[in-house]
Design a protein around this ligand. Structure first.
Ligand code: PAF
Length: 282
């Protein structure tokens, strides 16, 4: 596996691959790699000649300096995981100046309102930060296809919109959430949970499964009430939000229309860890 430590090295590498006509699959990350990331590489490997990943903790997408500081940084362990996976041909580990030559500032984007729903309400500026870094990575790596987890479903929708608006020749794929054997959605932040907390966190997936059972059986309002009750009874867990949204617009719905697809979104704070999960309703 090639380790590309700055922009010049990356650009030279990409140029060589393009000359050879290689089809590039790309999965950007912020490191602290887990099975969820490995599933992105697997998907990319199946559909491309070459898989590239990147590791960069992007400062502009954190609305909270404490969260940025606490974000796990495990580079050596990540490189080993990438090597062992055998699915990744090259990893780009840019320096701050490779990504932000004029200082770490976000651009402003109009994602047709997707940016104002859910996480956009709770994490000001987050999606401008994501858009800025993903656009820059796309322009440098020039992938044919890019892979993102459905765990951050809103991010995935926003990146699809970014590609469409900027007319980038990149196909964006969503990869299903990777869950452990007890249903907990894997995430880099979850690594900070104790084993007892990990057990407690299984309540998120269990609740989403319940919501799916209630879907189109009881009203949206009744589902919302039941979810609130579940988390009121759960010790140490604070429900930040639960909504059922139209999968296309990400707008909260108060009624289930026949011809629309819906997804339930859940954000819960457990200790100082913010857990997020979602489920397509069928
Ligand atoms: O999902 C992530 O890990 C990050 O938001 C991303 C897409 C790598 C951008 O920094």
């Amino acid at each position: 596996m090639e380790i590309l430590k700055n922009k010049t090295t990356l650009l030279n590498y990409i140029e060589r691959q393009k000359e050879m006509g290689k089809k590039i699959g790309f999965a950007p990350t912020m490191g602290a790699l887990h099975e969820g990331h490995l599933s992105l590489y697997k998907a990319a490997k199946d559909e491309n000649d070459l898989v590239i990943s990147s590791i960069f903790v992007n400062p502009t997408q954190f609305d909270n300096s404490n969260d940025l500081e606490k974000y796990p940084r495990t580079l050596e362990f990540d490189l080993k995981k990438l090597e062992d996976s055998k699915d990744v041909d090259a990893v780009y580990i840019p320096q701050l100046k490779d990504m932000y030559p004029n200082g770490a500032e976000s651009k402003h984007y109009d994602f047709d309102g997707l940016e104002n729903e859910m996480e956009g309400k709770y994490r000001k500026g987050h999606f401008d930060g994501v858009g800025t870094i993903v656009e820059e990575l796309f322009r440098q790596v020039r992938p044919d296809q890019a892979y993102f987890g459905e765990k951050d479903f809103q991010q995935l929708a926003i990146i699809k919109k970014l590609v469409q608006k900027l007319k980038l020749p990149i196909k964006v794929h969503g990869v299903p959430i990777f869950r452990n054997e007890n249903g907990l959605a894997l995430s880099s932040r979850n690594e900070r949970l104790t084993s007892h907390q990990k057990k407690e966190a299984e309540l998120l997936n269990k609740t989403l499964i319940q919501v799916n059972d209630w879907f189109r059986v009881i009203t949206v309002q009744e589902i919302n009430e039941r979810v609130k009750e579940i988390f009121m009874k759960a010790n140490g867990m604070e429900l930040e939000y639960f909504i059922i949204a139209d999968e296309k617009t990400l707008k909260e719905t108060d009624f289930f229309y026949k011809d629309k697809n819906y997804r339930a979104f859940l954000v819960v704070n457990l200790g100082d860890v913010r857990l997020i999960d979602n489920k397509h309703l069928d």
